[in-house]
Design a protein around this ligand. Structure first.
Ligand SMILES: Nc1ncnc2c1ncn2[C@@H]1O[C@H](COP(=O)(O)OP(=O)(O)O)[C@@H](O)[C@H]1O
Ligand SMILES: [Mg+2]
Length: 293
C-alpha cells in the first residue's frame, strides 16, 4: 500500500509512564528521567465528567512517538471520551493533556493531528475527491494532497464516485484519508475497523503499521480484543481507568494468558480482588463506591 506522508519524525525509544521498561530505557536513551520530550501524548491526572457522572477517574498516559498504540476496552469504558479529551473537544475535563508538546486543543495542533470520529461525517451528495478537497481546505492542506491520501487508502478508482454510493469499508477509508490530509504527526482513530470485513480490517491495520513505521504516532481504539495483537503497545481501559499499559507480549507474559481477551479478563478479576478481597460476589467495587455516602 503506497503511503507517502512525507513526515520526517525522529523515532526515539520512548516509553510509557510506570512501565517497568521505563527506567532501563531512560538509561539507554540518555534522557533525563521524568521528562516526556519523546512523548506524543502526555496525560496526567485526567478526570472527565459527562452528565452527572465522572467517566474517567484520574488517567495517566504517556504515548510514545512513532508507535501504533491500541486503546482497548469494552463499550462504555471511556475510549471515545479519552480521545475527545486528547483532541481538546471534550467538556468537563480536569488534569493536564499535552499533545506534541502543546496543550490539547491548541490551534497549532489542527494541522498536526488527524482525527477520525466514531461516526464519520462526509457529504453523501458529492464525490470522494470533492469531499477530500473540502477537508483539505479546512485543514489548510495543499490541494495536491488529495491525490496522495487517495493513494494511501487505495481509493483512487473511487475518486469520482458519489460518496453516498460507497460501501461501508470504502466510507471508512474516506474518513481515514481525510485524517491523513496535511501529513499529521499524530492520528487518533476511534474504532476505525468496526463493522468491516476481516480482509479490510487486516488491510487497515497494515496501513496503520506503515504509518507508524514512517514516524506517525497512531492511536487506534477498538472493543475487539483480537486487534490487540496488531499493536506495538496496548492501553486497556475499564470503567474509566487504565488497567494496563504494556506491549502485547508483555501483557501475555504478565498474565500467563493465551490471548489478549483472556489477559484482559484476568486483569479485571485481579483488579476486583485487589479492591474488594473476599467480596467479589457483591457487585463491582466502583458501583459500591458510588453508592457510599
Ligand atoms: N453525552 C454524554 N452524556 C453523559 N454520559 C455520557 C455521554 N457520552 C458518553 N457518556 C458515558 O460516558 C462513559 C464512557 O463513554 P465512551 O467514552 O463513549 O465509551 P466507549 O467509547 O469506550 O464506548 C459511558 O458510561 C457513557 O454512558
Ligand atoms: Mg466509543
Amino acid at each position: 500500500m503506497g503511503i507517502g506522508c512525507g513526515v520526517a519524525v525522529r523515532k526515539p525509544r520512548a516509553i510509557v509512564r510506570n512501565h517497568p521498561e521505563r527506567r532501563i530505557l531512560h538509561h539507554m536513551t540518555n534522557t533525563s528521567p521524568g521528562t516526556a520530550e519523546t512523548a506524543t501524548i502526555d496525560i496526567r491526572g485526567l478526570r472527565v465528567k459527562r452528565g452527572h457522572s465522572e467517566v474517567l477517574h484520574g488517567v495517566d498516559v504517556l504515548v510514545p512517538r512513532g508507535r501504533l498504540v491500541g486503546l482497548l476496552g469494552p463499550s462504555g469504558s471511556g475510549k471515545t471520551t479519552l480521545m475527545r479529551s486528547i483532541m481538546g473537544v471534550q467538556l468537563g475535563v480536569t488534569g493536564t493533556i499535552d499533545v506534541l508538546g502543546l496543550p490539547a486543543g491548541s490551534a497549532a495542533l489542527r494541522r498536526r493531528v488527524g482525527y477520525v470520529t466514531q461516526s464519520p461525517s462526509q457529504y453523501d451528495d458529492i464525490t470522494v475527491r470533492q469531499n477530500l478537497a473540502y477537508f483539505a481546505s479546512v485543514v489548510g492542506a495543499p490541494r495536491g494532497d488529495v491525490d496522495r491520501v487517495l493513494d494511501a487508502v487505495e481509493l483512487r478508482p473511487q475518486a469520482r464516485q458519489l460518496t453516498g454510493s460507497l460501501s461501508g469499508g470504502q466510507r471508512s477509508r474516506v474518513s481515514l484519508a481525510a485524517a491523513l490530509l496535511g501529513a499529521p504527526e499524530l492520528l487518533v482513530l476511534d474504532e476505525p475497523t468496526v463493522g468491516l470485513d476481516p480482509v479490510l480490517r487486516v488491510q487497515l491495520w497494515g496501513l496503520f503499521h506503515t504509518l507508524a513505521r514512517d514516524g506517525v504516532t497512531v492511536l487506534v481504539s477498538s472493543h475487539v480484543m483480537d486487534e490487540a495483537t496488531r499493536c506495538d503497545r496496548l492501553l486497556l481501559l475499564r470503567e474509566g481507568e487504565v488497567l494496563t499499559d504494556d506491549t502485547p507480549d508483555g501483557l501475555l507474559a504478565a498474565t500467563g494468558a493465551e490471548d489478549a481477551e483472556e489477559a484482559f479478563l484476568k486483569l479485571i478479576a485481579a483488579a476486583d480482588e485487589q479492591q474488594a478481597p473476599g467480596h467479589a460476589s457483591h457487585g463491582h467495587p466502583q458501583h459500591r463506591a458510588k453508592e457510599a455516602p
